[in-house]
Design a protein around this ligand. Sequence first.
Ligand code: RIB
Ligand code: CA
Length: 311
Amino acid sequence: MTKQQLIIDTDCGVDDALALLMALADPNVEILGITCVSGNVALPKVLNNVGRVLDAVGAGPIPIFRGASRPLLMAPYHADEVHGDDGLGDAGFPDTARRPADEPAALAIVRLARAHPGATLVPLGPLTNVALALAIEPDLPRLLGGTVLMGGAFKGTGNSSAAAEFNIYADPEAAALCFDRGLDPTCLDWEVTMATPLLWPVWDRLMAAGPIGGRFVGPMNLSLTERTRGRARPGILMPDPLAMAVVLDPACATSIRAAVAVDTGHSAARGMTTHDRTWHPAPPNATIVTSVDADRFAALVERACALPCLL
Ligand code: RIB
Ligand code: CA
């Protein structure tokens, strides 16, 4: 059986880290490369965090690529209030010795897509690298087997602003280019994330599932879980892992075809992702995930948390 080949683009915060572990835990997956983009934290910290995740499970020499250190037009935009100053919950993990390849991320995405037709692109952060790759290789969508991204808020309930989800809000111009140039992604958005929390009894079970859960994922999310429990939420929200679940187990998700547009203005709606439901909608340019099966999702997280831990 041929393995599912993934190109993962990430701004490696705590949820990206768990999504990476889910892919690493799947024996039917080959990670062709991990491209890094400024987002949750600054690019150097993203590069270090990807290396720390790979170190934690003793992964092989999966190539890491340095991407955009800022959005296409605007200043860098971070979320360290969620992910901690280092991006992995300030849990004190040792820095990695892994170094990125010399090849820039956008060129690596294009080269890997050309060399591995049918590979799946998995953007988990702002879409700056993906937009640059599309500008370099307009045929990228046809080279890829598909794209599954975490991004958007298609009913208008954002997390970075009232209307916009972080990955889109951080670089709306990059996102608009991706939707307008035929990337045709499957999108796991913020509203489905909010509808699919890992409930606290489930979370506690997953963190006890094995070494990576107890010694890496749990400590990395300690601050976030304490704050979330303190707000009387029913569980923890894990957007990037939900997107990875759609990649690894497509049957866990329901979805619809949709015409999506991104607001690149500078009003209160900047970064908003609209879903055209009018009488005469524009042609569909994306697939929106409408639900994810919570049990199937939890099973994939549990498999990741059961991995051995070398830290
Ligand atoms: O809005 C959630 C998204 O923004 C996730 O990808 C998270 O890691 C941050 O990048
Ligand atoms: Ca992310």
